[in-house]
Design a protein around this ligand. Structure first.
Ligand code: ZN
Length: 541
């Protein structure tokens, strides 16, 4: 819908030239920047828009529901009409692992946030594990903040971690500005971030019951079944004894059945009464079988939501070839019918749906840890090996030994748009507005940034993604800006391309421009450490 008239009553009429409240500052350059397009997602609708951003604060100061000409603004005002490309709010990716400090060879703030900016992501929230130290103490957070300082191309927030024994750190971490917490109910794959028990979770629920935060869980848990052999997740021993070749994806998938997810979610729900006001959240939901449980819980008033990821919405177990461990992640990518069910649920987000957000779960590692066979793109020699095979050839393509995690920060928007195109979902205006809800509005709310990020609105940060919804391109190493060029999306044709990314009114990335597209002032991303505040509900006195 490109017409202006639909907005006539709901929104202010465009002001005559120049818009009121805007004055030029002759000597110090323009105080404002203006972007316009015949298509922009504003207030949940696709509409024409002219957006005025203050150069001083980086915030949106006015939005007009039509394209105003440059002559409506003071002489010298920077002005770009991006028509017919779509102006979207910058994406808020509420689940990335940037791994710095400690595992910076896996990823880092610099490369991870460049990859984000490439894909129109203007805010990322870093997970508490895989960096060393993990963000499970105030001191750990401080180390991470020091490591991030001056290296970020987009804005970055941080989660805190829940591990056995760090109960006393949780409230102080809220005060220090973590945007939520994450805990595991199964081994995380790294020894410095152990799983919590049901007993630990009850204590956490009581501790954080009245805090302005979100408590999130990696919801896989081993039910008491006979052939369980341990609880290692990401590497080494499988949680269930494998039945079949270790390089067959099917063997891996059957070692992590849907019941792991439903069992964990049941455990969490059984404790929800301890903290009725606390926002609970399931990260990277994969199993469709969990949806009815969550729906029922929400109907009973339990404050719980879930996210899913582009890989569960675009990749299917049937398509994964032998040894292609780029697809290994936990919980696993399941079959096509599961993927279809997740899409069905996602499109219900506004009503009874339980999946409210889509996030990357960008979880990279060095390519050698993927143990890829030589025919799979991304294959590298094992460290110290003179040949093109790992030292143990039997380990090549072993889904159980390879590190679990998929690299995709900054690819989410084109992946989703491509998949929606295949599914015939992109025709109505609501297609792009739904996407904005999943990846911008709702992700911002999940981390308490709903007054600052995730929408093109007056008073919000001028974070903009300029999206060409028609362009096609192929994912290749030059377009994977994360540190290690190893991703199951390599070689895939994408529909939809980010042309520009703006953070707080400054152009950061322009596709095809010099310096790899990074035209902005280097590393002007901010660390989002302002503590979350309570919503409308009163705290206990
Ligand atoms: Zn993760």
């Amino acid at each position: 819908m490109n017409q202006n008239n639909a907005a006539a009553n709901a929104y202010p009429t465009p002001a005559p030239s120049p818009p009121s409240g805007i004055t030029a500052t002759p000597s110090t350059g323009s105080p404002i920047t203006v972007v316009a397009s015949s298509r922009a997602v504003v207030s949940g609708r696709l509409t024409s828009a002219t957006i005025v951003i203050s150069q001083t604060t980086g915030k949106v100061t006015s939005i007009f529901y039509s394209i105003l000409p440059p002559s409506d603004f003071p002489l010298g005002t920077p002005y770009v009409d991006h028509s017919p490309h779509i102006l979207l709010p910058g994406l808020v990716d509420a689940h990335v692992h940037l791994n710095e400090p400690g595992r910076t060879e896996w990823e880092g703030f610099y490369t991870g946030t460049q990859a984000a900016a490439f894909g129109g992501v203007t805010t990322v929230i870093d997970m508490p594990l895989n960096a060393i130290p993990p963000t499970t103490t105030v001191e750990g957070l401080q180390e991470k903040v020091n490591a991030a300082h001056g290296k970020c191309w987009v804005d970055v927030g941080f989660y805190g971690g829940i591990v056995p024994g760090n109960l006393g750190e949780l409230k102080p971490l809220v005060r220090e500005g973590v945007r939520g917490f994450k805990g595991f109910l199964i081994d995380s794959g790294v020894k410095e971030f152990p799983a919590v028990s049901v007993g630990d979770i009850s204590k956490v629920m009581s501790e954080l019951a009245d805090e302005p935060t979100t408590v999130m869980f990696h919801a896989e848990m081993i039910p008491p079944i006979t052939d369980s052999v341990g609880d290692d997740v990401q590497t080494s021993l499988p949680p269930l004894a494998p039945h079949g070749p270790l390089n067959a994806y099917k063997t891996f998938l059957s070692s992590r059945p849907s019941s792991f997810e439903t069992y964990a979610i049941e455990a969490i729900l059984s404790l929800a009464h301890l903290a009725p006001d606390l926002a609970l959240h399931i990260v990277h939901l994969s199993a469709m079988e969990a949806i009815p449980l969550l729906r029922k819980a929400r109907a009973q008033g339990i404050n719980i939501t879930a996210e899913t990821c582009p890989h569960y919405l675009s990749l299917a177990a049937e398509e994964i070839s032998e040894g292609d461990t780029r697809h290994k992640c936990c919980p696993p990518i399941r079959d096509q019918s599961n993927q279809d069910r997740l899409w069905q649920e996602l499109r219900e987000y506004a009503a009874e749906g339980v999946i409210k957000t889509v996030v990357s779960d960008h979880s990279p590692c060095t390519p050698d840890l993927k143990l890829l066979p030589s025919h799979v793109p991304g294959h590298v020699c094992a460290p110290g090996s003179a040949t093109h095979t790992p030292e143990l050839p039997s380990e090549q393509g072993n889904f159980f030994s390879a590190w679990g995690g998929i690299s995709s920060v900054g690819l989410g928007l084109p992946i989703l748009w491509t998949e929606m195109t295949h599914r015939g979902l992109t025709a109505p205006d609501s297609a792009i507005t739904d996407l904005v809800q999943w990846c911008c509005v709702n992700t911002a709310a999940q981390v308490g940034l709903e007054k600052q990020k995730g929408e093109l609105a007056v008073g919000f940060d001028g974070d903009i993604c300029v999206f060409d919804d028609d362009a096609e391109w192929i994912v290749e190493p030059s377009t994977m800006l994360f540190r290690n060029k190893c991703s199951p999306y390599q070689g895939k044709l994408m529909r939809g391309q980010v042309r520009e990314t703006w953070v707080r009114g400054q152009r950061v990335f322009v596709r095809g421009a010099g310096n790899g597209g990074f035209v902005g002032k280097a590393c002007s991303g901010r660390l989002l450490l302002e503590p979350r505040v309570k919503g409308l509900k009163r705290t206990k006195s």
